[in-house]
Each structure stands twice: as structure tokens, then as C-alpha cells.
Design a protein around this ligand. Structure first.
Ligand code: URA
Length: 224
């Protein structure tokens, strides 16, 4: 079956007023605010404790997430879990979600190759993320990768330059960005992968320092 064109229409996601997280999940299941609903198997909404102190925001669900209907359950999720564990945070403590809630992909042989969601798709999905932020009200918000970082923190944000330190934002008391866990999977060779993982853990440890209530975050790397 031919895929629909990249982007033909986008409106704003239909977020019901006064909704709980469960209401949002139900409403988002039928979201057609952009054309990605035609491509993905299902809406992949955020998951985790509704009162989580930590919110993790990725780009969009991947192949596994699209099939299973939950965020970060595939290979990138395994890297994320390892990073969190090494930083002293259990995944169960975090609410994980994505900027875009449908999987955007293009066929390559039998595989479905990830495609970065464009600005209109990110904007169409934005009300869901805003509603999640308003309900969960995390103390710490971590953007995973450039799409999430620029979507949350502005187009001038550079993960390579600005990662691993708290930046001023109205979205949460403590906001930082780090690399996307899938970038670690794309590392060339063991040494590079190990270095990338160490950097990821270091960034997550800055987030963890606030959750643990210790003062590492305010000693140099702290909130502006
Ligand atoms: N990559 C993301 O950005 N989010 C997921 O949920 C899975 C992979």
C-alpha cells in the first residue's frame, strides 16, 4: 500500500479540557491532527507515574514502540534504562513520552526506517505534550536528543554545546538536555560507544542529583 505524502494537513491536537492522563490517552488514540496517524500503527502516548518527579521526552516512538504502544520499549529504551540505572534512577520513577506520538517511517526493504518528524508534525502534537507537562508537573525535565531539545528549548539550542546542564525554562524547575539514546547505538566501535554512554550517564546524573536532593546540581552545574 503506498504511503501517504509526507505532510498534507495538520491542525492542533484535540486535547479535552480538564482531562486526566487516562482521558488524554483515550483522546490521543484517535488523534488525526497531522497525517502521521495514517502511517503509525497506533498513538504511543507517554507512560509512567502521573506524579513522576522526572519526565523524559524523546522524539517519537520507534518501530517497537509503534507495535507495542508504549514509549522507549525498544533498543533505545534499553540504553535509556541502562543510563538511568547507572545514574541511580529507576525507570519506574520516570514519566517517559515523546514530542510526536506517532511513528514516522519510510520503507527500506522489509524494514521501517525512522524519519524525523517535521516542524508542522511537532507543532500539531504539541498540545499533548503540554497537557502531559501540566498534569505531571515534573521537577526535572530531560530532553533526549536534538528534536526534543529544540522542540522544548528553542531552535537555537544545541545539544552538543548545551547538554548536561540545567537551562532556564518555564517548563519545569530543572530542565536539561542530553543525547538521544539511539545515538549511542549508532556509535562506531566499542571505545566510542563507551565514551558516548559515559557522557549520557554523566548528564543523567546531573538530573539525578536534583531528584536525590543532594547539592551536586548547584555546585557548578546547577540551575541558572
Ligand atoms: N526513540 C524515541 O525518541 N522515543 C521512543 O519512545 C523510542 C525511541
Amino acid at each position: 500500500m503506498p504511503l501517504p505524502p509526507d505532510q498534507t494537513t495538520s491542525t492542533s491536537a484535540p486535547v479535552p479540557e480538564g482531562a486526566s492522563l487516562a482521558d488524554l490517552v483515550a483522546a490521543a488514540a484517535g488523534c488525526q491532527a497531522c497525517d502521521l496517524w495514517r502511517r503509525g500503527t497506533q498513538t504511543v502516548f507517554g507512560a509512567g507515574p502521573p506524579d513522576a518527579e522526572l519526565m523524559l521526552v524523546g522524539e517519537q516512538p520507534g518501530d517497537r514502540e509503534d507495535l507495542e504502544g508504549a514509549p522507549f520499549v525498544g533498543p533505545a529504551g534499553k540504553v535509556l534504562d541502562r543510563g538511568l540505572r547507572a545514574a541511580g534512577i529507576t525507570r519506574e520513577r520516570a514519566y517517559a513520552t515523546n514530542v510526536v506520538k506517532h511513528f514516522k517511517w519510510t520503507p527500506r526493504g522489509k524494514r521501517r526506517l525512522h524519519q524525523t518528524p517535521n516542524a508542522a508534525e511537532q507543532a500539531a502534537c504539541r498540545p499533548w505534550l503540554e497537557a502531559e507537562l501540566a498534569l505531571v508537573r515534573p521537577t526535572v525535565l530531560v530532553a533526549l536528543g536534538a528534536t526534543a531539545a529544540t522542540s522544548l528549548l528553542g531552535r537555537s539550542f544545541r545539544v552538543t554545546r548545551d547538554r548536561g546542564r540545567f537551562v532556564e525554562s518555564s517548563l519545569a524547575p530543572y530542565v536539561l538536555a542530553t543525547v538521544h539514546p539511539s545515538s549511542i547505538l549508532r556509535s562506531q566501535g566499542d571505545d566510542e560507544r563507551e565514551r558516548a554512554m559515559d557522557g549520557f550517564i554523566a548528564d543523567l546524573s546531573v538530573a539525578a542529583s536534583v531528584l536525590e536532593g543532594d547539592d551536586r546540581a548547584t555546585a557548578g552545574e546547577g540551575r541558572p
